[in-house]
Design a protein around this ligand. Structure first.
Ligand code: ATP
Ligand code: MG
Length: 556
């Protein structure tokens, strides 16, 4: 057992490995890292990896680095670097020391490549793309050695220097590891370590025209940073052989406490996609409003929708870490969000499909009422709401005739309580030419503010409302699942299974107390759901639905 107790968190196979490594003194501390490529915004799958890596460092009093794996300048951008930093910090984690960049190590990578060349373990290969493919073989068929495989280290050092100096063209040659063209692991069939790219890099500018491949740069970056447990998703399982080969063949790193890679299963969520390439496509094809569209599974989209960092961390913990590939239901994510918001979200009232109500026996204009901010948590205090001669209620809360005995909303000659206020009874309603109700006329019982009628009559129904003269006009965006099928990746063209009704916009009113509501902070609009002010709405009252009050996944 380890010296450090990992309080509160469930065991998993990675914790077991760490406990053993500490007990056996293979490592004296835990040092993890989160290594995103800055080629897109982070999504909820990354949140799983962030919570795992930073969470382990927290629990074992170790460290976790944030390292940008920036070896492919053509797809990377500072916009992504900035958004990734913001998202990790928002999730509530602090990286150890400065931000790292793989590109900080370009000089070292070059040196280590030379070491492999000197040892006869790497060579410059001039096969073109088509020949390389042919020589690589297939899963059933062994590959063939490149004709350049046996050139001398001296020759190769010279050629590699030429690559670096810009004397060789893009695509003309690559540096390859000399491993085994007959290996059953394709990634060991003399994989490429370096290629020529005349690209400007966001960190190193035009200093380099050769760039290392991910597999080469990644393991060395981990080793340079003294990472102990290099955690990644299962698709890198085979690459572990190459990871180990590189480190075992470099003098600086061939030692027992060098990093080791362990793989866990990635998060897949129903009704959405998680690959950056597909998320890019949704943005580029204008199928969503941007990376932070509240329908996107990105951290910035979920934040804009009102999810909290605490809820995402809780979700990561509840789904756990394993090696089993699975699909997580949207109901599980939403249940976590509801649990969180039910406890913390202030209550308020909003009418999304308003119909005017006139209280005929109300004297004066309007009055102020103190209502609880959270009915189960008095400590959250009170808010001021209003009641008066003119109100709005939701169109769905009125019927001329109650459809059945169980009906608990407003109907002609039937009483209902207005939430936080009085009991009212509908007496008549105006309609327009098409027969739609335009105004409902009611009377109220002035003796029923916060108490039951004195004569003992029972009024079960409660509906929400806002007072008309003080209410603020507001726009509501009701989001639904982004795709119409559980696993969009299975469709031939994932765009063809987009849910065309994933956004409905409604116009209505909110309580005046929301005038200065904070963006991204969810409120419970009573009886309607959790909503937060959009972070791009400025002074206008635009609300995004975070989540409905009840699970609707099973009922659609
Ligand atoms: P994608 O495959 O979506 O394009 P990526 O794996 O290329 O993403 P990186 O920036 O390289 O994106 O990922 C950084 C880290 O996040 C990696 O260690 C990766 O394993 C992990 N990660 C990416 N997607 C998921 C996921 N769905 N669940 C858990 N971890 C993930
Ligand atoms: Mg990937």
């Amino acid at each position: 057992m380890s010296k450090v107790e990992t309080v509160g968190r469930p065991a998993n196979f990675i914790r077991n490995i760490i406990n053993d490594d500490l007990a056996n003194h293979k490592h004296e501390m835990v040092h993890t890292r989160f290594p995103p490529e800055p080629n897109g915004y982070l999504h909820i799958g990354h949140a799983k990896s962030i919570c795992l890596n930073f969470g382990l460092a927290e629990d074992y009093q170790g460290q976790c680095n944030l390292r940008f794996d920036d070896t492919n300048p053509s797809k990377e951008d500072m916009e992504y670097v900035d958004s990734i930093k913001k998202d990790v910090a928002w999730l509530g984690f602090e990286w150890a020391g400065d931000i790292r960049y793989s590109s900080n190590y370009f000089d070292q990578f070059y040196g280590y490549a030379c070491e492999l060349i000197e040892k006869g373990l790497a060579y410059v290969c001039f096969l073109n793309a088509e020949e390389s493919r042919e020589f690589r073989g297939t899963l059933r068929e062994a590959g063939k050695n490149s004709p350049h495989r046996d050139s001398s280290p001296a020759e190769n050092l010279d050629l590699f220097a030429k690559m670096k100096n810009g004397d060789l063209k893009e695509g003309e040659c690559v540096l390859r590891a000399k491993i085994d063209m007959t290996s059953s692991f394709m990634c060991l069939r003399d994989p490429t370590l370096y290629r020529v790219r005349f690209e400007t890099h966001h960190q190193t500018g035009d200093k380099w025209c050769i760039y290392p491949m991910y597999d080469f740069a990644h393991c060395i970056s981990d080793a340079i940073e003294n990472i102990t447990h290099s955690l990644c998703t299962l698709e890198f399982q085979d690459n572990r052989r190459l990871y180990d080969w590189v480190l075992d063949n470099l003098n600086d790193f061939n030692k027992p406490d060098r990093p080791h890679q362990y793989e866990f299963s990635r998060l897949n969520l129903e009704y959405t996609v998680m690959s950056k390439r597909k998320l890019h496509q949704l943005v580029d094809d204008n199928l969503v409003s941007g990376w932070d569209d509240p329908r996107m599974p990105t951290i910035s989209g979920l934040r804009r929708r009102g999810y909290t960092a605490a809820a995402l961390r809780d979700f990561a913990e509840r789904i756990g870490i394993s090696k089993v590939d699975s699909m997580t239901g949207m109901d599980i994510l939403e249940a976590v969000i509801r649990d969180d918001l039910n406890k913390i979200a202030p209550r308020t009232m909003a009418v999304m499909d308003p119909i005017k109500v006139v209280i005929e026996n109300y004297e004066g204009e309007c009055e102020s009422i103190q209502a609880p901010i959270h009915p189960q948590n008095e400590a959250m205090g009170k808010r001021e709401i209003f009641f008066g001669k003119e109100l709005y209620i939701d169109r769905a809360d009125f019927a001329e005739v109650a459809p059945n005995g169980k009906y608990q909303r407003l109907a002609l000659d039937k009483e209902v309580r207005l939430r936080n206020a009085y009991i009212v009874k509908a007496v008549r309603a105006d309609t327009d030419a098409e027969g739609n109700f335009t105004t409902i006329y009611c009377t109220y019982d002035p003796e029923t503010l916060g108490k039951n009628p004195a004569d003992g009559r029972k009024v079960k129904g409660v509906i929400h409302f806002v007072e008309a003269s003080k209410a603020l006009p507001a726009v509501f965006r009701i989001y639904d699942r982004l795709f119409s099928v559980e696993n969009p990746v299975k469709a031939d063209d994932f765009e063809s299974v987009l849910n065309t009704d994933s956004l409905a916009v409604k116009q209505g009113f909110v309580e005046p107390g929301l005038a200065n509501s904070e963006a991204e902070k969810a409120y419970q609009f009573e009886r309607e759901g959790y909503f937060c002010r959009d972070n791009q709405s400025g002074d206008v009252q635009v609300y995004n639905r975070t989540v409905a009050l009840r699970d609707t996944w099973g009922t659609k």
